[in-house]
Write a protein that binds this ligand. Structure first.
Ligand code: AMP
Ligand code: MG
Length: 402
């Protein structure tokens, strides 16, 4: 059986980045940029006033902490003004407006008392530049603000808009199709008979795909029946990624591996030395990557995070599709007799002012109810069966945070 790292090598090694496309920025969260995003003009684009108040010439304050100046005019944000400030004058001004010629400092409105066309201003240190963000202070024109190959973040989308890019060239994201298998599985809208189980996997798989800003389509529940399931698989093979849950273990009715192969999906591996997720099946056709995940809800969520997400990233153009783990101490002792790399649910807690991982106890891969308390997964190495409180673990939060 292969290890997690060998499985990831095979998954990523089999994958090629999808085509380029152009996406409106409001839809482009987490898409990988094809080009650098550059400042199209200096940021800020002019000497920008950072406070509501009075623009003045700081030499008026030489050796003084209070002055009375003549109000020469009023400058409103967004309205062009040719006002020039001469010594002895001040212009009433608003946050975000360009500082007028002749002025080099702004005294905030709270320190001003207006008296007709005069203003009394108080300032301990009215030096040049006070309350003004100089033109180009944050970035010169042409500066690379976000490098090609980066995933677009929420702040990155703000940058695109600010530099005039409302549609952005990116790599296409994979389209996912999902099948839940199992004769016992029924939709949650139906009332189960005692031997029936409500489908939850198709929902978590769709939602986990949506968190990657990916369109995922549910094809339905496939009974453990060769011809029914076979035709559903056939329909799923026009996706970029087809994910099936259930039916990949050793049971008599676990038809998924043979049906995938008879539908022309080349097997790349079946079974990984990992807990949960040992029966994972992975393969591909020319254009479709296929995962057969074990049906237990805990396995599905864990395997999507560990194995499917890096594939999504690679297909979407990421240069670093592998997970980045946080290193955090265990808040309590933890035991695993799995003899396989064990991805255990963990909760991020604050203990004595420090972040730590508290193991979330679950009874097995079917125990989805206790599993819900977890914030992510920590790795329990195969070779040991006890980890002590305070020992450092690799922690993968449910959502990528950087
Ligand atoms: P399997 O991998 O098909 O042997 O299924 C393992 C366990 O997961 C069984 O107890 C199934 O009833 C359960 N299971 C399979 N598919 C789903 C699903 N879509 N939603 C909830 N539980 C499931
Ligand atoms: Mg089954």
């Amino acid at each position: 059986m292969i290890s997690v790292s060998e499985a990831l090598d095979k998954i990523l090694g089999s994958a090629t980045t999808l085509e380029k496309t152009v996406v409106p920025i409001e839809d482009a969260l987490s898409y990988t940029l094809i080009n650098d995003i550059k400042a199209d003009r200096p940021i800020p684009p002019f000497n920008r006033v950072a406070m509501d108040g009075f623009a003045i010439n700081s030499s008026d304050f030489k050796n003084k902490t209070a002055v009375d100046l003549q109000i020469a005019g009023r400058i409103q944000t967004g309205v062009k003004s040719g006002l020039i400030i001469y010594p002895g004058q001040a212009a009433q001004i608003m946050t975000g407006a360009p500082c007028p010629e002749g002025a080099d400092a702004v005294i905030k409105i709270e320190d001003a008392t207006i008296n007709g066309d005069m203003v009394h201003l108080v300032a301990k240190k009215a030096k040049p530049g006070l309350n003004i963000a100089p033109m180009g202070e944050d970035a010169e024109e042409g500066k690379v603000l976000i490098e090609a190959g980066s995933p677009l973040t929420t702040a990155g989308i703000a940058i695109c808009a600010s530099v005039g890019i409302h549609e952005v060239p990116v790599y296409r994201k994979p389209k996912i199709k999902i099948i839940s298998t199992g004769t016992e599985i029924i939709p949650p809208s139906e009332t189960p008979l005692p031997h029936q189980i409500r489908d939850c996997n198709s929902f978590t798989l769709r939602v986990m795909s949506q968190l990657q800003n990916i369109e995922a389509t549910f094809l339905g529940i496939g009974e453990d029946d060769l011809s029914l399931l076979g035709s559903m698989i056939h329909d799923g093979l026009d996706a970029d990624i087809l994910i099936l849950s259930g039916g990949v273990s050793m049971g008599e009715f676990d038809h998924v591996p043979k049906l995938l192969e008879s539908n022309g999906v080349k097997n790349i591996f079946h079974r990984i030395k990992v807990k949960p997720g040992k029966p994972v099946w992975f393969g591909k056709t020319e254009t479709t990557y296929v995962f057969g995940l074990p049906g237990n809800p805990v396995s599905v969520q864990t395997c999507f995070r560990i194995f499917v997400e890096p594939l999504i990233k690679k297909l979407s153009g990421s240069k670093s599709p592998r997970h980045k783990f946080l290193k955090l101490p265990l808040a309590e002792d933890s035991i695993s007799k799995a003899n396989r790399e064990h991805y255990m649910p963990g909760k991020l807690v604050i203990k004595d002012g420090w972040s730590a991982i508290e193991p979330v106890l679950i009874r097995g891969s079917g125990d989805y109810s206790n599993f819900e308390k977890s914030h992510g997964l920590f790795i329990f190495p195969a070779e040991i069966d006890l980890m002590n409180r305070g020992e450092m673990v690799d922690f993968l939060p449910w959502r990528e945070i950087w």
